[in-house]
Write a new protein. Structure first.
Length: 264
């Protein structure tokens, strides 16, 4: 029996009955939710976790075969839900975790009531008329940089992802989180994140979904938000007047207000 609590460093906060399950994005960990969850702790039960290789997860649980696709991460989310016998959860996923949550809800819809996607993308590469934001060569170069100079990769990507100066406090915080992840695992997770194509699964979703798209997202173009809204059956798209890929860091109050209005 896998010790899910240890494997994913699960922490539980809040005073309410309704469960909010927060799932961080690539290169991050659960600590990056701290500014956002303060708006939910009085009324909701909050469950936070780290994917294996991030934060204080159990790195010995990492399996390169299992985590060579999003399916391994999907199974971990389901494991967490089943370990606590959760029902009707609201899943809040950032970036690639939006798709992980969606795939988990397609696989086990009985566990979910709503899905909140923050900065989601079903496919990060440009493909004909679909503009995912990156050419294949750009991602290949990024992966090589991660292998050759992991800290250099982190210091390069953090200001781009935050869309702030390299010396801003939020950029520094993001860079420190990037660097704290296991470099080998982060390299594989990056490959899985950027090359996974979930576009063909969007029509399978059954639960209500809120899509939060940043107006000036340096990682996910605004057209991706419109694409998701056009292909997901039961959704609401909100364009946030924010910059960068991390609205829960750069403007947690606005992000929380929109989520609260939706889930209430």
């Amino acid at each position: 029996m896998v010790n899910v609590v240890k494997r994913n460093n699960i922490s539980i906060k809040g005073k309410g009955e309704q469960v909010l399950l927060f799932a961080h994005g690539f290169g991050c960990d659960q600590t990056l939710w701290q500014s956002l969850i303060s708006y939910f702790e009085e009324s909701y039960k909050i469950i936070l976790f780290d994917y294996v290789g991030a934060g204080n997860s159990d790195i010995t649980a990492y399996d390169r075969v299992k985590y060579n696709s999003l399916d391994g991460y999907v199974q971990d989310v389901i494991d967490i839900i089943e370990a606590y016998d959760l029902k009707n959860i609201i899943f809040i996923g950032h970036s690639v975790s939006s798709m992980i949550g969606m795939l988990a809800a397609i696989k086990m819809p009985q566990y979910f009531s709503k899905l909140i996607m923050i900065g989601p993308s079903p496919y990060y590469l440009n493909d004909g008329d679909y503009k995912g934001g990156f050419d294949r060569s750009e991602i290949d170069e990024l992966l090589v940089t991660m292998e050759m100079n992991f800290e250099g990769w982190a210091s390069y990507l953090a200001p781009i992802a935050m869309d702030q100066s390299s010396d801003s406090p939020l950029t520094k915080r993001l860079e420190e989180t990037f660097v704290s992840t296991n470099s080998s695992i982060a390299r594989q997770f990056a490959e899985v994140t950027f090359f996974s194509d979930s576009r063909y699964r969007l029509g399978e979703t059954q639960i209500p979904i809120l899509i939060l798209q940043c107006a000036n997202d340096s990682i996910v173009p605004i057209d991706v938000g419109y694409y998701l809204s056009a292909h997901i059956p039961n959704n609401e798209l909100v364009i946030l007047d924010t910059r960068g890929h991390y609205p829960h860091l750069s403007d947690p109050k606005l992000t929380a207000e929109i989520i609260l209005n939706y889930i209430k």
